[in-house]
Every structure is written in C-alpha cells, then in structure tokens.
Design a protein around this ligand. Structure first.
Ligand SMILES: Nc1ncnc2c1ncn2[C@@H]1O[C@H](COP(=O)(O)OP(=O)(O)OP(=O)(O)O)[C@@H](O)[C@H]1O
Length: 837
C-alpha cells in the first residue's frame, strides 16, 4: 500500500497518485516525456521482474521516491513480460502536450490491460484463445463463466464437484481467473498466475442477473434458463462487472451468451487430455509431436484456434458431425484451391475485436482491406461446391463491398503504425487534410532550401537540417566543421561527434511547420475515428464471415490430413460399441515412419472389456491410446487413421495411464493412481470409454493385484462401460472365464538368443511373459545387474512353486495300491489344498 499522505508532493506525483488510486493493484505506466515511469512499490517490483534500473527521484519535498522506467517505444516488450506473469497494466499517456494552469501536462489513462482481456495483436498469442474465467462456489457446487473477449462470447457452466471444475480450468487454461476473496479452494490456485481476488459484492446474484439481462437483452426462454443457473449467473455477472471496471463500459461486441450443457460434449478430464497427448506430448524431448501438432495444418490463426476448441470438446450431436464429414469428403478434391486462398487471410476475428473496442490500429484496417479483397475469390470457389454445409458457410461470408471501397479510398497503401504519427489517410480522401499536408510539406521544402543556402554560405559540407522532440528543428555540423560556424548560430546541443545549432530563420519558421503538421495529424485522427465509426454497422456481418472462414479452414484442414495421412471417414452409429479395423496411432505412426503395425478393436455390448497382456514395450499403451484418439477424431468430424471404423454413442473418455506424483499437493504416485481410478469408478457410465494401464503397480503385488481385479470386475459388472485394461498381472486373465463380456488379448513377441523382438501384433488370449529383464538389457542396464536379476527371478519361481514341487515328490513316494480308498481320498484332498494355495 502507498503511504503517501505524510509529506507534500510535487504536482506531477500528485497527478500520478490520483491516477494510481483508480487501479491500485495494477502496474501504472506513467508517461513522462519519452519514457514510461513507475513509482513506489510498482517501481521496486518492476525493476526486479522486468530487469530495469531502480532509481530514486526527489519528487517530493521531504522524501525520495523509488522510480524505474523504460523508453516509450519498448512498451509492448514490457507489457508482454508482465502479462506473462499474470500482472495487469494501466497505461497513462501525456495528451497532446496540453498544459494545466499549474504547468503540468495533461495525462490520461489510455488503456487498462489485464491478462484475460488483452486484445492488442502484439500482446496476444495468435494460436491460443485468450480467456477470462470467473468462479463462484456454494456448498461445494460451482458456478463457472468463461469470457472469450476476442470472440465476444460468454459461456456459463455449473459443476457439482471440484474435480470437474479443475478439469474445465485445465482445459480452458485461462489467462486470468476472478475468484471471490473468501473462495474456499484458493489454495488450489497457488501455482497459477493471473488470479484476481474480487470482493464478494461483485458476485451478488440479483446484480449479476440484471447486468446479464440488460447487456444481452435475453429472451424469455433464456431468462428462465438463467434463473435455474444461479451459481453460473453469479460468476458470469462478476465477469461483466470486471470488464466494466477495466474498459469503462461493456463492449457491444460481447453478444453471445451461452448456457452450456455438459451433455452436449464428450467429457474428458485433464489427465485424459494429457495422457492422450492431445495438446502437449508427455515426452519432454519431443513436445511438438502432440495430436494437435499433427492434425493442425490449418491456414489461418482463426482456424487453428477453432480446431483446438473442437479437439478439446468433441460433440455428441451426430447430425452435426455428419455435416462436417460430408464437407470434408467434398473438400478432399478441392482443398488445394481453398488452401491457396485461406493462406493469405489475416486474423479477422481479432481485428473485429479491436474494431469493436475502438482499438484498431491502421495495420488492422489494411489487413481487413486485404482480406475483403480476397473474399470474392473464396465465395466464387465455394459456390462451385454444391454441398449443404459448405453452402451454409458460403452464405455466412459477406463481401462488405462498400466497406472495402471505403478502406481502399481512405487508407494509404502503407500507413504509419499509429494514427498519432499521421500518414495514414490516403491523399485525395479529404481536401482539408491535403491542404494542411501541403503547407507542412512546403515548409519542409523551405527548410531544405535553408539548409542548402547555409551550406553554401559557410562552406561546411557536413551541415544538414534535423529534428528532435526536445529542441525541434536544428542545423547540425560535424565537430571538425565547427570552426566555420558564424556568430549568429546559437549552440543548442553537443553530441559526441556533432554540434546542433539554431538560427533565427529556422526558429521563426519552425512554429509554422509544427502547427501545420499538428493540424494535419489532428484532421487525420478525426477522419480515422469517423472511419472506425462507419465500420461499426459491418461488425455483425464481419463476425459471421470470420466464423465461417474459421470453420471452413478446419474442415479443409481435415481434408488435407485425410489425404496426406491416409485417414478414412468413420461411421457413427446408434449401435453400442467400437469397431476399428487396422487402427493406427497418429503420433507413433509418424514417429515410426511407415513401420507402424495397425491393430483392430472390437468392443460391443457382448464384449465390453479387453484385458491386454504382453511384454514391456510391446505396444499395449499405444494401442489403448489410439482407440481413444480415433474416437475423439471421429467425434469432431475428422477422418481417422484406420481402414474402417464404426463407433456407437460415447459420453465420456477416461484414462488411467502412467505414473507421476504431485509433490506440490502432497500426493504420492500411488495416491494419484487411486484418486484417478476412483474418479473413473464414480463417474463412468455404460457409454463411457475407459483406458486403464497397469493399475496397481504402485503398491505391493498382492494389494495391486487385488485392486486391479476388483476394479476390472466393477467396470465390467456394475458400470458396464467399454474398457481396455492392460496389465502385467497374468492372474487377471482368469476374469475372462468368469465374465462373458471380457476377452483376453495380448501382444506377441519373440525371444531369441536372449534378445527380445516386438512384432506389435495383437492376438486372442493372454501371455504371462513380460520380458522385463530383456527390456532392461535393451535399455542399457549393466549386464551384471540383469544377470543378478535373472538369478533372483529363478529363485523366486522356485520358492513360489515349492509346494507344487513338494507335492509331486510326495505323490511319487505314495503307493496308492496299498492305501484304503477312503484314506487315499483324504490324501488327494490334502494335495489339492496344497496345490490351490
Ligand atoms: N503398433 C505398433 N507398431 C510399431 N511400433 C509400435 C507399435 N506400438 C508401439 N510401438 C512402439 O513401441 C513403443 C512402446 O510401446 P508401448 O509404450 O505402447 O508399450 P507397452 O506395452 O505399453 O509397454 P510397457 O508395458 O512397458 O508400458 C512405442 O513407443 C512405439 O515406438
């Protein structure tokens, strides 16, 4: 907290403090001349995290104030650094060098940037949605709202357990999260950046409801629906209030309010997405080979972001999927033409956001103009494709011809970066502007003439005219020519090699030039704002255009990968089960470079569970993962890596794969394994797909086997879901005899001269052989260690089989002919007992 009351501040610090108090928890970048300065705690923290120099200034009568700063042109660099750390920034600029009575320059907040609400192109990651989330909790139920400011979309969801909430957060990976200050689960967010603790008043139900209704003007049906989502409404309301705090009003382009129903998407939690390597490969050395990196060959950033949304939330609506598939099938023949056009498209989605927020820079208008010029070609190409879904998308693309003409006429071919620098509006668009520009240019020519005249007069070849913000126009000469300078030259600045002078002729004239230039820039600003205003009525059409382009791009992308990677169109049926012929794992397949061995899958209401055995490294995990990936791809409308696929309804996908601990939250590997398995057992339904890889390996073999056994039994008998259960416990193969809906399958391998060969071929039945020692040898284990392990293995076998060996010895000793039948039966029963134990 600032304790600043005890002494008298200079006017500039008073001005700083009056602005700082509006956003006390954000970094204030306060423009002083060509620098942005930070003061007090901001300066201290910024100096350490931004690695800028911390100085002290005597801005106050009694006390020295910590200060740190950087040149104005580096603002994006430092904003990016702070945003990455989850910090928010207030930018306060000097306005037009206007002076107050006290001699202070007028300063105003020009932008408040927070991690979840940033829209500036330079500060955004084009490949990822930038999201702001808010959470409200009551009695362990949660309201969840997520705002995609760039899309103008606010979604509401509710959860009745913390796991599902955390999973959704991991899925969205928002840049900023609003939490009530008394939030019970705050500790779970310790590791995250961008957490904003907000007063509980911001989550007030009545106020939240009203702010939503008044902004979205919802219809009766939606109002009634909102009334049933009280927790979600509180979260969503708090988001709109936050936006109002930051942007001063709620931007009109936030038009889309959706109350999401969890049942419309296939449920996957964070560990499932992680285990399936959807977004990020768990193999640290090869982070780029994730499912998304393989199937994302989109041409636009809008398409790339939409694809990610689709992959993270496969839909259950089969009709919509079939629509997508139909488009992909047609695009197989047309994808190259479409790609060649889409490749040249800019990120319309984000241009629209900046336009809606009045933050569009000249470059945005140029990019919009280029994109609009490409639309007729795209529309013509699409109009030749007679497919229902693509016709719908083509209808959504609007040419906005008059807007295109306006932009062509109004904006220069290569405008300057910022409207404040002028040179944005095209010549001929405004007579008034052209006149003032002429005056400024004429004056510049006049100055050039002065330069030539003076050069000739004093004979200094190095003499030239220059300009900077501090001294204005000047004549500059190299130091070696300074002896030629006459008395009527006033020295203004001395640099290492040059001297800068002023002469009365320039002094008198420069005011006129600066005046003409300022007027021209002001006229440009006025015209620019007017153009932005004229674009507003087109925003709705531009929005549907951008969505249609993004969707077309994703469908076209599916066609591209289907051809390039040899994928087929899956059939989605109402019939229960998963039927995959010659399925492949899309990531491993590419890594193995054509040596991948395909395998088939048959899961049905009669055979719901496959228990998979086989050697270490035999291909069990790969096989299980490929099934889930094929399901996901099928349910987003993509073609899939197989020769034939048909899949019935799926509501959730669960995976329990791999071993990792979570030291931070104090959970051991085994605890995590149990938590994840418990989650599956508590939430899977008969329509769920469950992958379980080597359950129970984190504890003693007996405990592990018992747990694996009972879980498998519960999945097949109680939950009746589709399960792939890989294990090294050969005892589990017994389950096949007990339950008709289980079948054993195993991966074959060959041991030759102590060397193991994997053939990755799946067969019916089971194997006891894990060949763990051979794999250890393969991995580079010291031979001696492996030999010792072998010895130990033999000994273990011997000890385990000792009762059997003893029993055989006993049988050999007994002469059954000499024993009475009753007694011999007793002996047989005794032997049986030994053997069974
Ligand atoms: N069908 C296949 N065709 C070709 N190579 C494969 C195939 N399946 C797996 N592999 C290769 O074998 C490696 C090991 O596979 P995977 O991890 O699936 O074995 P695993 O049986 O689960 O092993 P473990 O029991 O030790 O966990 C993979 O990384 C991949 O390189």
């Amino acid at each position: 907290m600032l304790n600043t009351n005890c002494y008298k501040h200079t006017p500039i610090i008073q001005q700083y403090l009056s602005i700082k108090k509006l956003y006390p928890n954000m970094f204030l970048f306060f423009q002083i001349g060509d620098f942005y300065e930070l003061f007090y705690e901001d300066a201290k923290i910024a100096a350490s995290i931004l690695k800028i120099v911390l100085t002290k200034k005597g801005f106050s009568a009694k006390k020295i104030i910590p200060m740190a700063g950087f040149p104005c042109q580096k603002i994006n660099y430092y904003c990016k650094k702070l945003l990455k750390l989850g910090k928010s920034i207030v930018i306060c600029d000097q306005i037009d060098n206007k002076l107050f009575n006290n001699g202070l320059i007028l300063r105003k907040i020009v932008q408040v940037i927070t991690p979840g609400t940033v829209v500036n192109e330079e500060l955004l990651n084009g490949k990822k949605d930038n999201l702001l989330v808010s959470i409200f909790e009551k009695n362990n139920s949660f309201g969840y709202a997520v705002l995609n400011l760039c899309l103008g979309k606010l979604e509401i969801l509710e959860f009745n357990n913390i796991n599902d909430l955390m999973s959704e957060i991991e899925k969205n990976n928002p840049e900023e999260i609003l939490l009530p200050e008394n939030f019970a689960y705050l500790f779970l967010f310790n590791k995250r950046t961008g957490i904003q603790k907000r007063s509980i008043l911001n989550f007030n139900l009545t106020r939240s409801y009203h702010v939503l209704i008044s902004h979205f003007l919802s219809d009766e049906k939606q109002r009634n629906k909102l009334k049933t989502k009280k927790l979600g409404v509180r979260a969503a309301g708090s988001i709109l209030r936050y936006i109002k705090y930051i942007k001063k009003n709620i931007p009109s382009h936030i038009q889309y309010l959706k109350i999401k129903n969890k049942n419309t998407y296939i449920y996957m939690n964070f560990s499932t997405r992680k285990n399936l390597e959807i977004n990020e490969n768990t193999n640290v050395s090869n982070k780029n080979s994730s499912l998304l990196s393989i199937i994302n060959k989109t041409s636009t950033l809008m398409g790339s972001r939409l694809l990610k949304r689709w992959v993270f939330s496969p839909i259950c609506n089969v009709n919509e999927i079939v629509n997508r598939q139909n488009s992909v099938t047609i695009l197989l023949k047309n994808h190259q033409k479409i790609t060649s056009i889409l490749e040249r498209f800019h990120d319309l989605e984000r241009i629209i956001t900046r336009l809606s927020l009045n933050q569009a820079i000249p470059k945005d208008l140029i990019n919009l103009r280029n994109l609009l010029s490409l639309l007729p070609k795209l529309k013509t190409t699409l109009s030749k494709i007679l497919e229902k879904n693509l016709i719908r998308l083509n209808h959504g693309i609007h040419l906005c011809k008059s807007l295109n003409t306006l932009l062509h006429n109004a904006i220069q071919l290569i405008p300057s970066y910022c409207i404040n620098y002028g040179n944005v509006i095209a010549t001929g668009f405004s007579k008034k502007l052209d006149r003032w520009r002429e005056i400024a240019n004429d004056s510049l020519n006049y100055l050039k003439k002065i330069e030539l005249k003076q050069k000739k007069k004093i004979g200094a070849n190095s003499l030239k005219i220059g300009f900077n913000k501090i001294i204005g126009y000047y004549l500059q000469v190299n130091k070696k020519d300074s002896h030629l300078i006459p008395n009527n030259y006033f020295r203004k600045q001395t640099l290492k090699h040059t001297e800068r002078y002023m002469i009365p002729e320039i002094e008198n004239y420069q005011e006129k030039i600066l005046y003409a230039k300022t007027i021209a820039v002001n006229i440009e600003k006025e015209i620019y704002l007017n153009i932005l205003h004229k674009i507003t009525p087109f925003l709705k059409k531009l929005k549907t255009t951008s969505y249609s382009i993004a969707e077309l791009d994703v469908l076209n992308n599916f066609a591209k990968i289907a051809i390039n990677l040899n994928y087929v169109c899956p059939t989605l049926t109402k019939k229960y089960g998963i039927n995959i012929i010659n399925g492949r794992h899309p990531i491993v397949e590419l890594a193995r470079n054509k040596s991948f061995i395909p395998n088939s899958t048959y899961l049905s209401s009669k055979k719901r569970m496959s228990i998979i055995t086989g050697p270490n490294m035999g291909g069990k995990s790969t096989y299980m993962r490929q099934i889930a990936i094929i399901v996901i791809l099928s349910y987003i409308g993509s073609y899939v890596p197989a020769t034939k696929v048909s899949i019935g309804p799926i509501d959730k996908i669960f995976t329990r794969i791999g071993a990792h601990d979570d030291l931070y939250s104090g959970k051991s590997t085994f605890m995590i394994e149990m938590l994840e398995t418990a989650h599956i057992l508590n939430h899977a339904t008969s329509n769920s797909l469950v992958l379980i890889d080597e359950l129970g390996r984190g504890t003693s073999p007996r405990d592990g086997l018992s747990l694996a056994w009972s879980c498998a039994k519960s999945l097949v008998k109680d939950i009746k879901c589709m399960t792939l259960f890989s294990t090294h416990y050969s005892e589990l193969s017994e389950l096949e005899k007990k339950y008709k809906s289980i079948k054993n399958i195993y991966f074959d391998s060959l041991l030759k001269n102590n060397k193991i060969f994997f053939n990755y071929v799946l067969k019916k039945g089971f194997t006891e052989k894990s060949h763990g020692l051979s794999v250890a040898l393969l991995s580079g284990f010291p031979k001696k260690v492996v030999l010792n392990a072998k010895k130990k293995l033999k000994q273990i076998y011997k000890e385990k089989n000792l009762p059997i060996i003893n029993a055989i010895k006993l049988i050999n000793k007994i002469n059954f002919n000499k024993i009475k039948p009753l007694k011999s039966l007793k002996i047989l029963n005794f032997l049986k007992k030994i053997l069974i134990n």
